[in-house]
Design a protein around this ligand. Sequence first.
Ligand code: SF4
Ligand code: SF4
Length: 361
Amino acid sequence: MTVSIEPPLAMLAEITHRCPLRCPYCSNPLELSKRSHELSTKVWLNILDEASELGILQVHFSGGEPTVRDDLTMLIKHAEKKGLYSNLITSGVLIDKSKLSSFVDSGLQHIQLSIQGADSKVGDYIGGFPGGHQKKLEVAQLIHDVDLPLTLNAVVHRHNIGQIKKIISLAEKLHAQRLEVANVQYYGWGFFNRKSLLPNREQLMEATEEVNKARDRLKGRLVIDYVVPDYYARRPKACMGGWGRRFLNINPAGYVLPCHAAETIPGLRFERVTDKPLSEIWYHGSAFEAFRGTDWMPAPCSTCDRKEIDWGGCRCQAAAITGRPDATDPACELSPDHGSMNSIAQNESKPSQEQFQYRRM
Ligand code: SF4
Ligand code: SF4
């Protein structure tokens, strides 16, 4: 059945890949875009115009670290002028009081601040940035002082999932409205470092229990987003709310992607927003059409009653595990490749001497 195409709800604007941190699970590709390939301010202002015309409601300024760009305030202001809700996804380490005020005065409506651990020892080690954790605590206080809604984003893996209770306490202490406990997504740098990052089943069960207890205790005060990581799941997530259904991503060089990891899928052809109107790429771009709707689905998805719920799961994960981007996501118990995923989880979550490699330009 062909599904009708609605305008996208949100745009992830990856305005740069530059970042002072070096997280070993970074969702940016292994081949990072150089500063010289970044789009100019003028092009980004045009993109915001086009996004608004296309019917996009939210823009998430992201990177890399978006605050490395001097024109971020101007972009936020323009997003506001165009009626777009703007969110800043940041590591926080480059933000000071005056920068934050300029963002707020320009119309910023929400901040998503990442933490790499519950304390400086773990946080600075994982982020590869000495002093970063302390700086984040100071920035969270500044965000509270200006009364901006805050989501704390904690990416968890083998080295910090045991800190989950402390991470939740930290979110409370920092006055976050929402805590996103995001298990590492194993593509890009995460896939590269999978053996050194995958948690084991016991770690996961303990963390899940802590989250469930905290959810009850903090009802009405702190929302905790948490889903079981794909390597231990029985059904996949509706990745991006379905391919080409709700989101688009623009990378620093201007390529328009159905998801931030889509470049890991071999054979897809991406188009640049400097070459074609954004709406044409959204409605007719070959990368968007490749897995939109349900017509592309193989068995068992093609006859499954969940096919318009999870949309067959994640294409990047299917490609990474099976080599076939059009396979059923192996996170699904019904996939013929689910056993491979179980084996990977078992074999690669064992404590090893192998050190992860930091992200590098
Ligand atoms: S995941 Fe880490 S390295 Fe990657 S952009 Fe975010 S803060 Fe920077
Ligand atoms: S078979 Fe496909 S549609 Fe059905 S639950 Fe699994 S991934 Fe989802």
